[in-house]
Design a protein around this ligand. Structure first.
Ligand SMILES: C[S@@+](CC[C@H](N)C(=O)[O-])C[C@H]1O[C@@H](n2cnc3c(N)ncnc32)[C@H](O)[C@@H]1O
Length: 271
């Protein structure tokens, strides 16, 4: 049974969704979808690998986090935690956090099967259960940030748990993708709605309850969230679709990747 069937999703609406409703919907969605998500994307994200985005950019090549050997690293919205295991294998002391118990169950199983075990924490990214200045580095590959109603709270929380000088690097859907439908084909090249419309995308059940939520921020909003949290923006990486990469990953495809970016990676640090 698909996550939509399990959750009784019957439609899509655009309406405001507050923090608690977003968190409830995300937990239910990612719990229900964890097995399907991994069946579909598990091979592409790997078991002990750090792939930043559907464009296939790997931390092993990009080194956006700098030298992680010996560093205390937090992965936010880790899913099945392949990135945290890669960090651990690279010599970091990695902690993997996610809202979804089912995602973390897969993370625990993969920890056993790969022999690379990392501490797993179930919590929401807007309230990180760690003391101030606990980590040297924090990272997220499409985890949490696109799904929360108040991403500025995530930025503040990550800034709080980072030590001064610590780095926070996170990847999200490139904001310009909001204008288009999630179609990887030619229909996904046609503007459907305003880039400036921040009204969330909400899948709902018969009673109108949210079963899946995505929130939109413009590029300027994301930068303001970073700066307001007291962080310094060092770089904004827009990975290009590599020549010859044939993968279709949800809305990401070679066709669309040839025209516009699909991923934005913010590289920041706490001064
Ligand atoms: C697209 S998956 C990406 C996970 C991982 N990087 C991967 O590629 O498998 C998004 C993850 O973010 C988690 N997530 C969503 N909202 C969250 C929140 N508010 N706090 C923490 N994790 C959250 C989901 O449970 C899910 O595991």
């Amino acid at each position: 049974m698909s996550a939509e069937q399990f959750l009784g999703t019957t439609g899509v609406v655009r309406r405001p969704v507050d923090g608690p409703e977003s968190e409830r919907a995300s937990r239910a969605w990612w719990d229900a979808d964890a097995a399907d998500y991994l069946a579909e994307h598990g091979r592409d994200i790997g078991d002990v690998d750090f792939v930043w985005c559907p464009e296939g950019l790997r931390e092993a090549d990009a080194r956006l986090l700098g030298d992680v050997a010996g560093a205390r690293v937090l992965e936010v919205g880790c899913g099945s935690a392949p990135c945290a295991r890669w960090l651990s294998a690279a010599g970091a002391s990695a902690v993997a956090l996610d809202l979804s118990g089912q995602m973390l169950r897969h993370a625990a199983e993969l920890g056993e099967s790969t022999g690379v075990r990392v501490p797993l924490v179930q919590a929401g990214a807007e309230r990180l259960p760690f003391a101030d200045a606990t980590f040297d580095v924090a990272c997220s590959a499409f985890g949490a940030v696109p799904f929360v109603a108040e991403p500025e709270r995530v930025m503040r929380e990550v800034a709080r748990v980072l030590r001064p000088g610590g780095r926070w690097v996170f990847a999200v859907n490139h904001p310009m993708r909001w204008m288009f439908s999630d179609d990887p084909g030619p229909d996904g090249l046609v503007v459907q709605q305003s880039y400036f419309d921040r009204t969330p995308y909400v899948e709902v059940d018969d009673a109108g309850r949210a079963t899946y939520v995505e929130h939109h921020r413009t590029l300027g909003d994301r930068i303001r969230d970073v700066v307001a949290a007291g962080l310094v923006l060092d770089d904004l990486v827009e990975p290009e679709w590599p020549e010859g990469r044939e993968l279709v990953w949800g809305q990401w495809s070679p066709l669309r990747g040839g025209y516009f970016p699909g991923t934005a990676i913010f590289r920041t640090h706490r001064p």
